[in-house]
Design a binder for this molecule. Structure first.
Ligand code: DGY
Length: 329
């Protein structure tokens, strides 16, 4: 009762929240101001609004760089993002200033793995191409060779990255009976690999031998554009490339060229550069690519949990307590 509103910590929320779960939670213990439009907050508005705030609740559509952090001021104690990826936040700058960073791993792992499998099957079995034919008159008759794709059974599947999401994708892929599951990763993951009978291989071996390659790594300086012209060059002509991680892992013009010249069979992308893709993007002209608008974690329960955790991360940090998920800076 004795606490006055003015004594409450202040939080700026850059996105209207999923079903307001996070905002309602924040409001119980802090003074919340929020951007309220569906599109991302414009940069100049962000720079104005963060001034004097104790915490920022952001999303991957907001670039939280040194300028934003500097503008906020020394009372800024926490930045929490409603995502597992945090490459949009300047972590080094946060470390320098003792700002704690929250994120939302784990809760979105299953939703993202599900979407990855959905996208893989939609790409390999040509679901969107086939669906169009139903509406445009292209469906003339059942025919033995029509709309044939490539099944998963008996194929070699490579996972680029074998963290939480990669392991859950692997667990789902097993039920489709591939001949071999492989992965590349910085650490060995011996026990996790044994569960799904996966083999760790070198990147080059994965490129040369896989029928499916699935990107499920974080975007870091090491993974930036590793899928470049020389990588696509090494892939099999029947290779299908799936990316639900980050567009930045791919040299997109090189992927586009490989698809256009049919040097690989197809691609399924939930992430691109930039997002959204402009309507004149060359990838949109190809029939062997399936593109989704970054919906990997877009399941209502998952997003509600992400919102709740983002808010709880902030409230914990403002009290100097243990956050649910804190980036080790
Ligand atoms: C993330 O969390 O990083 C995804 O890209 C959005 O859920």
């Amino acid at each position: 009762h004795s606490r006055m509103t003015s004594e409450l910590k202040t939080v700026y929320v850059t996105r209207p929240d999923v079903a307001s779960v996070g905002i309602e939670l924040l409001k119980t213990e802090s003074n919340v101001s929020s951007w309220s439009e569906p599109l991302p907050v414009p940069r100049d508005e962000l720079l104005r609004q963060v001034v004097g705030k104790n915490a920022i609740y952001c999303a991957l559509t907001d670039k939280i760089d040194a300028e934003v952090i500097e503008r906020a001021g020394p009372q800024l104690k926490c930045i929490a993002t409603i995502s597992v990826g945090y490459e949009h936040i300047d972590i080094a700058e946060c470390k320098k200033r003792g700002i704690r960073v929250g994120y939302t791993p784990d809760v979105l792992t299953d939703a993202t793995a599900e979407l990855t499998v959905a996208l893989l099957l939609a790409t390999s079995r040509r679901l969107f191409e086939a669906n169009k034919e139903v509406y445009n008159g292209g469906w003339k008759s059942w025919a033995p060779n029509w709309m044939c794709g490539q099944g998963l059974k008996g194929t070699r599947v490579g996972l680029f990255g074998f963290g939480r999401i990669g392991q859950e994708i692997a667990a789902r892929i097993v039920s489709f009976k591939p001949s071999l599951l492989t992965y590349t990763a910085r650490s060995e993951h011996v026990a996790e690999a044994a569960k799904v009978n996966a083999q760790r291989v070198r990147f080059d071996e994965m490129l040369c031998k896989s029928d499916f390659i699935i990107v499920c790594c974080a975007l870091t300086p090491e993974t930036k554009e590793v899928f470049n012209a020389s990588a696509f060059e090494k892939m099999k002509p029947n290779a299908i490339f799936i990316n639900t991680a980050r567009g930045g892992v791919v040299d997109q013009p090189a992927l586009c060229a490989a698809l256009k010249e049919r040097r690989i069979l197809g691609a399924g992308l939930d992430v691109t550069t930039p997002e959204p893709l402009p309507l004149d993007e060359p990838l949109l002209k190809l029939d062997n690519v399936v593109i989704l608008p970054h919906i990997g974690s877009a399941d209502v329960n998952t997003r509600t949990e992400m919102s709740r955790i983002t808010a709880l991360n902030i409230l914990a940090a403002l009290k100097g307590e243990k956050m649910i998920a804190e980036v080790s800076v």
